[in-house]
Each structure stands twice: as structure tokens, then as C-alpha cells.
Design a binder for this molecule. Structure first.
Ligand code: RAM
Length: 348
């Protein structure tokens, strides 16, 4: 299990307090200087790195940005985070355009839609901004590199395995997803459907609803789902906002302990629901490691150490060396299952 950065979380938190440049006041001056200073052979020392999550206010992305900020601090660059309040398909476009005008060295983006931000990213790249996607990819031609948290097959399988185990491998289930266009959730849902069809003939997926990675919408969609499917035995929510909102609903309802809930959640958001018996187990990776790795990858692109070619290698600080795989993708590791026995060991 590669949760290497968990041990340094406290130190990183202090570093972030000083390094974090919040939304709206991105400072691209930093050590690299706004506008980027070219150094021959395609490399630059413009280590102004801007993180653009799907939306602000999501603890998952707060944690990935914390890892990103710690890495940028180690690299001697300038970290900033900007982003929309809500996860709309093209809500990130204006932030991409602003970062391009500011002349940042790299944008590190979790995309709300595979295509909607591509024109803005093309303009950024034409202006020599390196584009790294992480968590949720764009179409591959719109970016230089994608930092993948875990293999999509593995992310799908762990969630299907967990729900099958929790409902005795039979009965109706539903999915509470994030936004309808999210590249990551849609890829995982497709693979979950394939796995259900091939390996779990007695489980029926009756509906997929979209909570838009908004707590209240996810809560309300969960309530509606249970109303319309009285025989529902389980819910999979492959989003940290969705699963915690669904757990909040279940925990005070008559369905608590009767309708199973699993998916992808952060230990801090899920702890109370594991402790009160609403949820047995769920999965995730370490978002802090994901942000940290993404920032190191962005710096390697800026400096010209890598181009995104398969086989390229780079150092990612405490996480060690990584190699670029097919489709300009770098893999962080495997998903990890949290339950009552181990949840106390994690703080993110
Ligand atoms: C939410 C977001 C994010 C996803 C996690 C699991 O925080 O949708 O993109 O990776 O859940």
C-alpha cells in the first residue's frame, strides 16, 4: 500500500498554510517568473503550478491540493489553486484562460467533462503552459499527461466486490454518481456494468442518479432512489461527496443497516458512518499522494525532463520514481479498502 505521504501529513499541513495561494489571487511571479523563461531544448524554470480541481470546497480536492502544494514547495516553485464553486462541464474554462494569460508554467486539472475544456487547454498549450490532468481525464489529445489514481478496472472491481459481499451477491442496486459528464465516474460505471453482467448475474442495477458532487443534491437523490425502489438492497457511490451524503441520509433513516452502501470515500468523511454501522467498508486511494505526484509530473514537463512519451521516467520526491505508461498516463497505485478495523489509522 503506497500511502507514503500519510506519515508527513502534519508537516505538509504547516507548509501548505504558508504556500497556499487561494482562488482569485494566483501569483505566478514565484521563482520562475510569470511568462516563463525558456532555457533552450524546450525546458523552462517557470515552476508556477496552478491546480484546478472539479470544484472548490470538496475535501477530496482540498487533500490533493495539500499534496500538490507540498510538492511545489519542495520544488521551490509557486503553488496556486483556483476553481469553480460547482462542477459544471465548462465551469473551468474561465480559470484556464486566466492561468494562460498569467503565463503559469503548468495547469493541473481534474476535468468535469472530457471535451468541454479542450479548446481552452489547447490555447494554454499553444502559450507553452504544460497541461497535466489528474483524477478525471480529458480526451488524451487535450493534455500532456494524465496522472491516474488507480487503474479503472481495479477501481470498478473493488466497488462491485464490496457491494456483492455486503448484499449476498443478489438483489437490486443503484448508483449515486457525481456529474453526468465526469470522465472518471463514467469510465468506472461502464466497467462496473460489465463486471455485474459477467460475474454477478443475480445483481440488478436498477438506476444511476447524479448528485453533481453537491452534498444536498446527492442527499436528495438518495432519498428519491429509496422511494422509487422499495426493494433496493445496496447503493454504490463512486464519489466522495456522493457516498458521504448518501451515508448521512441512510444513517438517520429506517434503511440504516438494511440497505448497504459502498463506493469511494475519504476516511474523515466516512468515519462516523462506519462507526455507527451505516457503512461496512468502502475504498479510495490517497488524494494527497495523487496531488503530490501530479505536481512533480508537472514540474518534470516544465523543466523538459519528460515530454509524456511512454517510457519517460521522473522522480516524484518521497514517492520515488515513476514511468510514463501508454497514452501519456502515469499510475499512482492500487485502491485501498477502509473498514472499522483500519479507519482509525487515517486522517484525510
Ligand atoms: C469526488 C470527485 C473525484 C473522485 C472522487 C472519488 O471527490 O468526483 O473526481 O475521484 O470523488
Amino acid at each position: 500500500m503506497k500511502f507514503a505521504r500519510k506519515r508527513v501529513a502534519a508537516v505538509a499541513a504547516i507548509a501548505v498554510a504558508t504556500a497556499l495561494v487561494l482562488s482569485g489571487c494566483a501569483d505566478t511571479g514565484g521563482s520562475g517568473g510569470g511568462g516563463g523563461s525558456e532555457e533552450g531544448s524546450g525546458g523552462s524554470d517557470n515552476l508556477a503550478i496552478t491546480f484546478l480541481p472539479k470544484s472548490l470546497g470538496n475535501p477530496y480536492f482540498d487533500t490533493s491540493s495539500k499534496g500538490g502544494a507540498a510538492a511545489v514547495e519542495e520544488l521551490g516553485g509557486t503553488f496556486s489553486e483556483v476553481g469553480p464553486a460547482e462542477s459544471g462541464p465548462d465551469a473551468q474554462v474561465s480559470y484556464i484562460n486566466t492561468a494562460t494569460q498569467q503565463g503559469v508554467g503548468a495547469l493541473v486539472v481534474s476535468a468535469n467533462d472530457p471535451k468541454a475544456i479542450c479548446d481552452a487547454l489547447d490555447e494554454a498549450r499553444a502559450a507553452n503552459v504544460k497541461v497535466v490532468t489528474f483524477d478525471s481525464d480529458t480526451n488524451p489529445e487535450c493534455r500532456d499527461l494524465f496522472i491516474n489514481q488507480a487503474d479503472a478496472d481495479g477501481i470498478a472491481k473493488i466497488q462491485v466486490d464490496l457491494i456483492a459481499e455486503q448484499i449476498g451477491d443478489a438483489g437490486e442496486i443503484a448508483i449515486v454518481s457525481a456529474t453526468a459528464n465526469a470522465t472518471n465516474q463514467n469510465a468506472w460505471i461502464e466497467k462496473m456494468k460489465e463486471l455485474l453482467a459477467s460475474d454477478h448475474p443475480d445483481i440488478t442495477l436498477v438506476e444511476t442518479v447524479y448528485g453533481d458532487d453537491d452534498e444536498q443534491i446527492s442527499f436528495d437523490k438518495t432519498a428519491a432512489l429509496l422511494q422509487s425502489h422499495p426493494n433496493l438492497k445496496g447503493i454504490i457511490s463512486p464519489t466522495t461527496i456522493g457516498i458521504s451524503a448518501a451515508a448521512r441520509y441512510l444513517s438517520t433513516s429506517d434503511y440504516k443497516g438494511k440497505v448497504a452502501l459502498t463506493g469511494l470515500g475519504t476516511p474523515n468523511q466516512m468515519r462516523e458512518y462506519v462507526e455507527d454501522g451505516t457503512v461496512t467498508s468502502f475504498a479510495l486511494w490517497n488524494p494527497e499522494d495523487l496531488g503530490y505526484l501530479s505536481a512533480y509530473a508537472a514540474a518534470a514537463l516544465i523543466k523538459g525532463d519528460i515530454t509524456g512519451k511512454e517510457g519517460d521516467t521522473f522522480e516524484a520526491g518521497e514517492l520515488g520514481e515513476f514511468t510514463v505508461g501508454p497514452d501519456a498516463t502515469v499510475l499512482l497505485g492500487d485502491p485501498f479498502v477502509f473498514d472499522k478495523e483500519n479507519i482509525g489509522e487515517f486522517d484525510f
